[in-house]
Design a protein around this ligand. Structure first.
Ligand code: NAD
Length: 264
């Protein structure tokens, strides 16, 4: 009898390090923080990494160390995606920004910018990358969402709306990609020690009228049972595993790296 549902061919043992030699990856926001850690991890595993960032110096520095290629674009410009390579096997949608303000005071243009960078750009990048992935019968999309893709916090209307939208987009890509060997998942970090969070500590101090020293304990980590910031390398390790040979059955999922925040 013909086996209509074959097992994946020659899986390596579960202890084998992820080998991405021959694969190409594109990481947005690859010049800093989580994106930079992802670029390092994917390159270390053997992938050729396209480092996409609007910060030219940062993108070039990461590309130099990883042996990849820097692409300096502003992802708020929909035309920018057309300048990026279409033939990528792994797409990490990571670029993001934050703005903290109550809704009545939230600048509409800032709201729109956040949707463009964190929702429209990932959609356009998927749209561009998927035909190549489908042709190869393999692909990995990892969307760097947030605990704020699953939970809301005050003063973050644009960010929470964008991350919830990214969750939906990721699930649609998972369903459409499944027959083509393409998985799409979100990772959902709590607060990670990056320049973005350092900026938020300043903004939250102003919004709550408290000192910056108190923001970490009383605001950022208040809902996290694990009382420390997450490190970028811990996020990159999860992203790398999602790109490896043992994660093909995990798709349309959201992996909480939130110190137990969403368990409560
Ligand atoms: P970061 O500020 O350290 O890095 C973000 C990078 O994205 C920067 O290099 C920046 O230049 C780039 N970028 C921003 N806007 C861009 C644009 N329009 N075009 C091109 N590049 C652009 O931030 P990070 O903390 O590493 O965050 C990365 C992702 O992780 C974001 O999507 C963020 O929402 C998510 N995240 C961060 C945390 C955290 O605590 N740091 C928690 C959960 C989720």
């Amino acid at each position: 009898m013909t086996n209509t549902f074959p097992a994946p061919a020659s899986l390596p043992p579960p202890t084998t390090a992820v080998d991405l030699s021959g694969r190409t990856a594109l990481v947005t926001g690859g010049g800093s923080g989580i994106g930079r850690a992802c670029a390092f991890a994917l390159a270390q595993a053997g992938a050729f990494v396209h480092v996409v960032d609007r910060d030219a110096d940062a993108a070039k520095a990461v590309a130099e160390v990883t042996g990849g290629e820097a692409h300096v674009v502003d992802l708020a410009d929909p035309g920018a995606v057309d300048l990026l390579p279409a033939g990528t096997d792994i797409l990490v949608n990571n670029a993001g920004l934050q703005h903290v303000a109550p809704i009545p005071e939230f600048p509409p243009e800032r709201f729109e910018l956040i949707q463009k960078v964190m929702v429209t750009a990932p959609f356009l990048l998927m749209r561009r990358a998927l035909p190549h992935m489908y042709a190869r019968d393999w692909g990995r999309i990892v969307n760097v969402s947030s605990v704020h893709g699953l939970r809301a916090s005050a003063y973050k209307s644009a960010y929470v709306a964008a991350k919830h939208a990214l969750e939906g987009l990721s699930k649609v890509a998972a369903i459409e990609g499944a027959p083509h060997g393409v998985t799409s998942n979100c990772v959902n970090p709590g607060y990670v020690r990056t320049p973005l969070v350092e900026g938020q500590i300043r903004d939250q101090a102003a919004a709550h009228g408290i000192g910056e020293d108190d923001v970490l304990a009383d605001v950022l980590l208040a809902r996290s049972p694990v009382k420390r910031l997450l490190e970028s390398e811990e996020v990159a390790a999860a992203v790398l595993w999602l790109c490896g040979p043992h994660s093909g059955y995990l798709t349309g999922a959201s992996l909480p790296l939130d110190g137990g925040w969403t368990a409560g």
